[in-house]
Design a protein around this ligand. Structure first.
Ligand code: MLC
Ligand code: AMP
Length: 503
């Protein structure tokens, strides 16, 4: 077995315990380069090894051995990124929490995942929001400078519990193992020749697969570096892309905003031109944005396709010929097929036969926490995971995503939002009698969340938007609220959302 991250002492080395010459060599290598940068601060790989020891010592002393679940509030700070890497390397099961979660989701996650303790870079900012104790990260994780021990190995035990929305009900906790993560990152590293020489730049949140697994864990696993921006600003990101050998990970909304900024700001163009690799994922990259960026910078953005439950399934490789709208072929080492409504395999590779994508391999999650029913609905006895995404495939196995099965799942800015969650939140407002929520095409967000409500007392749409933003994470708020007299229903009394979609 190998270590999840390439820092810390090698457990097979006889010198590991006492800290001998080998460790010194590792240390001097690790000392030489910043591994994570946020703002003007950075830590080296050696700092990460020390933080791992500090976190393990602190938790073990408090009675929480490796294997315990710990929550991390993903506040926009270097300490947060350090704690996530250190917690994973020390062998804990991480439950990353969006600091902006509303009480509905937060209470659910804390009850469902039952973390023993939480960490926050700024505990005062989250005080009293959850029942478990929140410990400060700053500056405790930087104080340790004793010997470095072995770090977590790649095994089949849980590493992460990431919450993801479904069409109905509260978000489900996807349990990802260390093997899921390591296998997936190694396949992507080969596809993109992603090495220790690369610095990933990203401005994604650290509570989802894209920013956390690919951006943060990926950078550290390949022995490279990450420059993280807790907030996305096109010019800042572009400036960072000009420094060294850089790889940029972003959602399509960010590329859309970069393409707009590039029209008037030559520095944004320079930054995008300088990057070694531009990768988009989490939602479909519109062709108009791809073409606009290409015209302005001469660079193509490559796509990869994934899910919280499976990490990345497909990726355009560095040497693939350009092909519009394609998310690449299956990553090395996994199986991918298209299936019909009865989950029967569709053999056609004609770039037009439509089927649901199913995948199997070491990247598929262990299951949903406490939800064997929900796990059984998406993963069969043979290990195939059914994604709900509709696609076609060409003769070379390149996949083109065309839509998704569930119309009640909305991808807004790369965030997955269940229409049912937003409807339930709206119905909590005393003025709302009925609510129907859907996704409408949006040039910036991909899809924007639109709500139709029937009211019992007059209320301004903005009040309802703010109400949802206070109950759920603010990115789940409807961007438009329409007040109507009644919802269109069929003979069975079911709301016909297709009728609401009409202008
Ligand atoms: C806005 N805000 C409010 C509010 N309206 N707060 C309270 N009440 C209201 N009514 C706040 C927000 O919290 C936020 O604060 C700020 O205002 C702006 O919010 P926004 O308008 O929602 O941001 P927006 O500009 O739309 O964000 C665009 C974006 C974002 C692209 C930056 O959508 C984003 O980060 N997307 C990434 C999603 C992602 O990582 N997905 C990966 C899923 S994994 P503040 O303080 O935060 O600025 C996956 C698998 C895979 O899909 O394949 O990768
Ligand atoms: P999540 O549950 O937030 O991880 O979202 C996963 C979903 O994002 C997938 O099921 C797809 O619908 C969508 N997705 C991810 N990457 C892409 C992509 N490159 N193109 C189109 N859709 C994508």
């Amino acid at each position: 077995m190998t270590a999840l991250f390439p820092f810390g002492a090698d457990p097979r080395s006889p010198r590991a315990e006492s800290g001998g010459a080998e460790q010194e060599n590792r240390s001097s290598r690790a000392e030489s380069r910043g591994a994570i940068t946020v703002g003007t601060e950075h830590v080296t790989a050696l700092d990460l090894a020390h933080a791992t020891e500090a976190l393990r010592a602190r938790l073990t002393a408090a009675g929480f051995p490796p294997g315990s679940r710990i929550a991390v509030w993903t506040q926009g700070s270097l300490e947060t990124a350090v704690a996530l890497v250190a917690g994973a390397a020390a062998g804990y099961v991480l439950v990353p929490i969006d600091p902006k979660l509303g009480p509905l989701e937060l209470n659910h996650i804390v009850k469902d995942a039952a973390p023993l303790v939480a960490f926050a870079a700024d505990p005062a900012a989250v005080a009293g929001r959850i029942a478990v104790e929140t410990l400060p990260l700053t500056p405790a994780l930087r104080r340790y400078d004793g010997p470095v021990g072995p770090t977590r190995e790649v095994d089949d035990e849980p590493l992460l519990i990431l919450y993801t929305s479904g069409t109905t009900g509260l978000p489900k906790g996807a349990v990802l193992t260390a093997r899921n993560v390591a296998f997936n990152l190694d396949a992507l590293a080969r596809a993109w020749r992603w090495t220790a020489a690369d610095t990933v730049v990203h401005a994604l949140p650290l509570f989802h697969v894209h920013g956390l697994v690919l951006g943060l864990f990926g950078s550290i696993r390949v022995g490279g570096a990450l420059h993280w921006f807790p907030r996305f600003a096109p010019r800042e990101v572009a400036d960072a892309l000009r420094l060294g050998t850089t790889v940029f990970f972003a959602v399509p909304t960010m590329y859309h905003r970069l393409s707009e900024a590039a029209e008037s700001d030559p520095e944004v163009v320079h930054g995008l031109r300088h990057a070694r690799l531009l990768v988009s994922g989490s939602a479909a990259l519109p062709q108009r944005d791809q073409l606009k960026l290409e015209a302005l910078t001469g660079r193509r953005v490559i796509e990869r396709y994934g899910l919280t439950e499976t990490l990345i399934n497909c990726a355009v490789r560095l040497d693939d010929p350009p092909s519009a709208g394609v998310v690449g072929a299956a990553i090395e080492g996994i199986e991918l097929k298209l299936v019909d409504d009865q989950r029967r395999t569709l053999g056609a590779r004609d770039d037009s036969t439509l089927g649901e994508i199913a995948v199997r391999g070491p990247h598929v999650f262990a299951g949903y926490l406490n939800r064997p029913d929900a796990t059984a609905a998406v993963k069969d006895a043979d290990g195939w995971f059914f994604t709900g995404d509709l696609a076609c495939m060409n003769a070379a196995g390149q996949v083109r995503i065309v839509g998704r099965r569930a119309t009640d799942l909305i991808k807004c800015g790369g965030y997955k939002v269940g229409a049912g969650e937003v409807e339930a939140a709206l119905l909590e407002h005393p003025s709302v009698r009925e609510a129907a929520v859907l996704g409408a095409p949006d040039a910036d967000l991909g899809e924007r969340i639109v709500a139709y409500v029937v009211l019992s007392t007059p209320t301004e749409p903005q009040v309802l938007q703010d109400f949802v933003a206070s109950q759920l994470s603010p990115h789940k708020r409807p961007r438009e609220v329409h007040v109507i007299d009644e919802l269109p229903r069929n003979a069975m009394g079911k709301v016909v959302k297709a009728k609401l979609r009409l202008p």
